[in-house]
Ligand binder design. Structure first.
Ligand code: 5AD
Length: 362
């Protein structure tokens, strides 16, 4: 069955077979279909989202993430208001359409400070503002929306609640906490970004099929997909064997697996924005971004964080672009986009769903 039919019919075994596919001709067919759908649905423009990693402090203990509170080898930082605004102004000067304010789940980040930053960026620039600050209180999410925030990025990481709970210590719940959060964010009027890591120890092919179907059900505006990368200062990085499932069921954290998922996600959610992620560029620095962009992706997220902080935002080791300046990232990524024959996006790069929804609301 071709992948589009498999996805339309939610035919789980067939979707799983595509995820397990290794024959070069079949994969070439999958990638060509994804690239064609990308071109037809979201065009040749590649939108740039300037990523500002505003704080690496985190109160959580996620088993995969280098920013986890328990990692006491990491020097912690919080950018000042002035530094954050300078980055946002730079993003505007570069012609980017969006800034993303990202941090660990840092209760020390003051609600009013974030509100004021959003208001100032919205007043002074034409940028869309995306927040990626973790599972914050609904009252804060309301305040930030009212302050002018446009989008929220919160990966659900895996739709398998048992695996999710195993790698996210915290109160137990019968519902997926981040999926619940995403539904609330949608009700508040945010454009929604989410996504998963590919190849988490313990993640099965059946889980990944469910993830794909959940992307569709949630009508996500943006879907970020990257490989899980072992971090030596995390339990998952140190003891993956404690989590791994049977070899035939365990999803590998491989580059090819990420491309297959990007391609299937493009076919499942044709109008969504899909980034070629930094994690993908980390496992293939030479042409990971390019291959992502040629197999379904249409977004890149150049890092804008000041050089002195970059190495400290170490979610995983050897992160791509960690030693570069914002200007280096701009030059490198725009070069890569143009060499593929693609164009630089103009405007904010809102998702098709959000544009249609706004039009209907008028
Ligand atoms: N490997 C790959 N991706 C990771 N992230 C966090 N830790 C890792 C890791 N070790 C991803 C998560 C998170 C995003 C900001 O970074 O998906 O949502």
């Amino acid at each position: 069955m071709n992948p589009v039919q498999a996805l339309e019919r939610q035919a789980r075994p067939e979707i799983e077979a595509w995820l397990k596919e290794t024959r070069p001709e079949a994969l070439a067919e999958l990638y060509a279909a994804a690239d064609q759908t990308r071109r037809a649905e979201v065009g040749d423009e590649v939108h740039l989202r300037g990523l500002i990693e505003i704080s690496n402090r985190c109160d959580r203990q996620c088993l995969y993430c280098g920013l986890r509170a328990g990692n006491d080898t990491l020097t912690r930082y919080t950018m000042t208001r002035g530094e954050i605004l300078a980055c946002a102004r730079q993003a505007q000067a570069y012609g980017y359409g969006t800034v993303v304010l990202q941090s660990g789940e840092d209760a020390g980040l003051d609600t009013d400070l974030i509100s004021e930053l959003i208001q100032t960026i919205k007043r002074e620039t034409a940028l869309a503002v995306t927040l990626s600050l973790g599972e914050r209180a609904i009252s804060e999410l309301e305040r930030w929306k009212a302050a002018g925030a446009d989008r929220y990025l919160l990966r659900f990481e895996t739709s398998n609640l048992e695996l999710y709970a195993a790698i996210h210590p915290g109160p137990t719940s019968h519902q997926h906490p981040r999926v619940q959060h995403l539904r609330r964010l949608r009700e508040l009027g945010y454009e929604l970004g989410s996504g998963v890591m590919v190849g988490i120890p313990g993640q099965t092919y059946a889980d990944l099929v469910n993830d794909l179907l959940l992307f569709k059900e949630l009508e996500l505006d943006m879907i970020g997909l990257g490989p899980w990368i072992a971090h030596a200062q995390t339990p998952l990085g140190r003891f993956p064997e404690r989590f791994l499932v049977e070899p035939e069921e365990q999803v590998p954290a491989s580059e090819d697996m990420v491309y297959k998922l990007i391609a299937l996600t493009r076919l499942a959610c044709p109008g969504s924005n899909i980034p070629a992620t930094t994690a993908l560029a980390t496992i293939n620095a030479r042409d990971g971004r390019e291959l992502g962009l040629q197999r379904g992706a249409n977004i890149v997220m150049p890092i804008m964080t000041p050089v002195q902080y970059r190495r400290l935002y170490e979610i995983y080791p050897d992160k791509a672009c960690a030693d570069e300046s914002s200007e280096d990232c701009r030059r490198c990524l725009t070069g890569r986009i143009l060499r593929l024959g693609r164009t630089l996006g103009s405007g904010r790069g809102d998702s098709r769903r959000s544009i249609t929804t706004k039009r209907l609301a008028c």
